[in-house]
Design a protein around this ligand. Structure first.
Ligand code: RET
Length: 310
């Protein structure tokens, strides 16, 4: 039989076409899930410059506060010593952060569920400045000490306020590195907030009562500077919730927000306290014995301290 080559070619083409378009199986197509690239949330030049500016502000404040302490006798320098230590510690912490130390990446895995395809994940590496927490664990107890001494609080209440404050900062640090989608992050945050309420309670209840007992002038000053402190301090956990907590603020905005708060809470607070203290003898903390004269210095006159009445 002679085969017509044109007919044979037509048959082959049609058979191939049928095979190509015909469904091969009843299984639906396997969806492709394109993995997303990891996202790095880090500070830019703006954030870095802000850190250097605050370092300079804290250093200048430290020099001014320690200079002010030279004009008052040893027995009246306690607030100056505490306040200068606060700004020196902050200057060191800002130096660390500005020069690239004191921060590490916190790895967060964000999981997204879909209707027809498997869950997808998105890796985020967020810069967390742990230097802040080291700074706060030294400076916030000292800030509280300034306020407690001003109010004339007793040792027990001071101890409770300071230990609650340390618990607040350290559990805040745990919260900052807590894993997403577990009780770690917001559980630690809740514990830190409870500790913060203990601090407020000590100051607003015991502190205010004691300050009022010291007389109208000290009472009014304590109410003013304590109220200022309460407002500023309460903004910190709010910023934390928006920034580290829910990542609705980028690292630059976070740095700027904390920079403003830190300047208000340390140099501005310190200047207000020290200048008022100088013109309000009732706010003086009477330091005798060891704290002003040393272990064997009772009765000795320190060089330059012959102006005790100043
Ligand atoms: C954190 C997060 C966890 C919950 C709470 C916090 C409070 C922090 C505060 C910090 C104050 C810092 C100051 C620094 C001075 O320069 C740790 C942010 C309640 C109150 C005054």
């Amino acid at each position: 039989m002679i085969v017509d080559p044109v007919e044979a070619l037509k048959k082959t083409v049609s058979a191939t076409a049928t095979a190509t378009v015909a469904p091969t199986a009843s299984v639906s197509p396997v969806p492709t899930v394109v993995p997303s690239l990891p996202e790095y949330q880090t500070a830019s030049e703006t954030g870095n410059r802000t850190l250097w500016v605050v370092f300079v502000v804290m250093t200048v404040a430290s020099v001014v506060f320690s200079g002010m302490s030279w004009n008052v006798p040893m027995s009246k320098r306690l607030y100056h010593v505490i306040t200068t230590l606060i700004t020196i510690t902050a200057a060191l912490s800002y130096f660390a952060m500005a020069s690239g130390h004191g921060a590490s990446y916190h790895h967060v895995v964000e999981r997204e569920s879909h209707q027809h395809v498997p869950d997808t994940t998105h890796d985020i590496y967020r810069e967390v400045y742990y230097a802040r927490y080291i700074d706060w664990s030294i400076t916030t107890p000292l800030l509280l000490l300034d306020l407690c001494l001003l109010a004339g609080m007793n040792g027990g209440s001071i101890l409770i306020a300071i230990v609650a404050d340390l618990i607040m900062i350290l559990t805040g640090l745990f919260a900052a590195y807590g894993a997403e989608g577990t009780p770690q992050k917001w559980g630690w945050y809740a514990i830190a907030c409870i500790a913060y309420l203990v601090v407020i309670w000590q100051l607003a209840y015991h502190g205010r009562g004691m300050a009022m007992n010291k007389g109208g002038k000290v009472g009014n000053f304590f109410a003013a500077i304590g109220g200022f402190t309460l407002i500023i301090w309460t903004v910190y956990p709010i910023i934390w919730g928006i920034a580290d907590g829910s990542r609705n603020m980028n690292p630059d905005e976070e740095i700027i927000a904390y920079a403003i708060l830190d300047i208000l809470a340390k140099p501005i607070f310190g200047a207000w306290l020290l200048f008022t203290h100088q013109s309000m003898p009732e706010s003086n903390v009477d330091l005798g014995g060891f704290w002003s004269q040393g272990l064997s210095g009772e009765g000795q006159i320190r060089v330059g301290d012959d102006d005790e009445g100043a």
